[in-house]
Design a protein around this ligand. Structure first.
Ligand code: SAH
Length: 249
């Protein structure tokens, strides 16, 4: 069953992957209080009328899992939204496009032959679904934000893959795509957050702006993109998301 975010009081956990993405959010927060725990700074406050806890994930699956679990267990968040950047895994997904995850796969998970390739052991799942209601609201917010951006930027919904690897190799990304044909983007944290939220029964959504094509140019493209575009997108989309939430109350 999917829950909606409009039927109860929420405390929203916002996990950002990059400092550039988080700075603007914290500046926009009212009554911000920062607590340091486990090598991360958790900032609680009111963001555009929504009770929020914002934190930087650091990089990789363990980092993402640690952050999500702490948000739930220590800071009492009821919903989690993850924003970050990702490499494209599909020709139709271009640098600058935005992808909202419908499901997430740990593309480096391989406990075969004990469990099928990519299956998260003991969950029976290969693709961990995001919360439909929350993802739909986030995609709506992204759509509204992108209306004011140049034409040609597309919003996609589909599968995002996560692994403990920055992919900058066209052969590697092509091989992954063969094994997981529905893959739209690759990053390093989303599917770990998904597993924590699945196990703790917390609705979550993941949104990623495409920073590179996961090929040999990925590192340079990534650095450039983060500084120029990613933070503005994350800020604008979350602003629309919070406004959308408040207007339904
Ligand atoms: N040099 C960077 C390293 C960031 S790693 C720094 O100092 O911060 C890249 C981050 O962006 C990860 O958190 C991952 O989630 C995402 N990402 C973007 N492009 C990626 C790609 N091609 N492969 C894997 N992760 C990617």
């Amino acid at each position: 069953m999917t829950s909606t975010i409009s039927d109860k009081k929420i405390r929203l956990g916002i996990i950002s992957a990059l400092a550039e993405e988080q700075e603007g959010l914290i500046d926009a927060m009212q009554d911000a209080v920062t607590v340091t725990h486990g090598m991360r700074e958790y900032t609680t406050g009111t963001l555009w009328h929504v009770d929020t806890v914002a934190v930087l994930s650091r990089i990789g699956k363990v980092a993402g899992a640690m952050t999500a679990a702490t948000l739930v267990e220590k800071f009492g968040v009821t919903h989690i939204v993850f924003t970050g950047v990702a490499g494209s895994a599909d020709r139709a997904v271009r640098v600058g496009d935005v992808v909202v995850a419908e499901s997430l796969v740990q593309h480096d998970m391989d406990a075969s032959p004990l469990f099928p390739r990519f299956e998260v052991p003991l969950t029976g799942l290969t693709r961990l679904p995001s919360d439909l209601a929350l993802s739909t609201q986030l995609a709506g917010a992204a759509g509204r934000f992108l209306e004011n951006e140049p034409d040609g930027i597309k919003l996609h919904r589909g599968t995002i893959g996560s692994g403990d690897q920055f992919i900058n190799d066209s052969v590697r990304i092509a091989t992954l795509k063969e094994r997981l044909p529905d893959l739209l983007a690759v990053e390093m944290e989303g599917a770990a957050v998904a597993q924590v939220c699945f196990e703790l029964n917390i609705p979550f959504a993941v949104i990623r702006t495409i920073s590179d094509n996961a090929n040999e140019e990925a590192a340079t493209d990534f650095m450039h993109f983060v500084k120029t575009v990613a933070s503005r997108y994350a800020f604008g989309i979350l602003h629309e998301f919070c406004k959308g939430y408040v207007s339904t109350h």
